[in-house]
Design a protein around this ligand. Sequence first.
Ligand code: CA
Ligand code: CA
Length: 431
Amino acid sequence: MNPSDFPAGMRGVPTQHAGLTLIELMVSITIGIVLSLGLVSLMVNASRSLRAHDDSAQMQDNATTAMRSIIDDLRLGGFYGIGANSLDVDNLNSTYSNLSVFTSDVSNDCTATVVTTRAWVFDLQSPIEYLGPQLTAPSKYPCISAANFQSGNPVLIVRGALNGESYLSTSGTGLAARLTNLKTQLSALSGFSTRVFIQSVTSEDPQTLLFKGSQFDNLAAANKIKTMLASDNSSTPAPVFEYQTHLYQVAPCSRMTGSDCSQSSDRRAIPTLFRWELQPGTNGPQFVAVPLAEGVERFSVMFGVDGVTFNADGTIAAPPWSSTPDGIVDRFVAPTDATIPPEFWARVIAVRVAVLVRSPSIQTYSDAGRSYDLDDDGTADFTCSASAEGGTQCNYLRRVFTQVAMLRNCSGRGGFQGGTAGSTPSVNSAC
Ligand SMILES: [Ca+2]
Ligand SMILES: [Ca+2]
């Protein structure tokens, strides 16, 4: 038979169906699995790296917020208006005794035992209070409960016209019209009646006036609102500033409820830098804790002093000091003395703030046993302990951020006024 005798489909090369052998099948499945694993691993890595990147950016943001707030406040610490003498204050020294001295008006005053004659938040003679550098518990400040305090941190308090915004009335003719205009500006602020304002001028005695918004009309009627120098314009009220007291502390959680900082559904167990501040309250201002920067585990404030004498062990020598300030920082210190002489603050011209920030989320990375040095003295200020926080304590990214700033405030110009209440403050006439 010729091949042409076969039907068309049966002609030529014998037919074989090209299927996969078992070996080929196994090889292709293996390749497929390897490729899939590679892809999954790539995606996981990309996701991890994205999260680490997000965390890193958030850490930077939190560090910047923390350092900027502290430095800005220290720059304005002790600034009470355009006058110079904060030691004699209307409303506080009973010079004008028919007005409240605020001792009973402040909610949660964080009263410290050093102040007996006035609300602690109005201790104008102490523009800065510092307790540190690494406290176990801030028992001096009863508003901070032990549960709400992350040990190993200092407490920093700054007082003054801290937002720096002034209210000045020059429109209208005559004092009465300008006072009306001033009141209009101030009363536009929410909670005006229980906000606290400060005003000071060198031409009056006492130079400084501290008042609640609700007292404005009575003070104006009694001719107690400070006016500018007579040679300038006695019919112009002196600029008014909002008075603030800020207290910085680190808490183990991002939200405080009462005295409890333990973790619950609405509270994150992430260390957070809090700033207590005066807010309008019911009868007067209330001192409340506001979360400022999450992830801040430790902060350190070192004061750059000029012309302070130290003992051999590094403690501050008893004043008076023989060294003369020359405008150049001699050294940065974080005093451990419970009582810092008031003269010390008059010699602070710079500040070095450092924060140890941890990432918001848990990472695969572990820094168990790694140490962090905030004040750059070669001694660890924080070492990660793997056993803490259910064993997750070391699974965070951590970084120390540092910023140094000169203080162009009263101190930078030659001396803070003030000191601790009851002591003789160091007042520099150039300030
Ligand atoms: Ca010096
Ligand atoms: Ca250290």
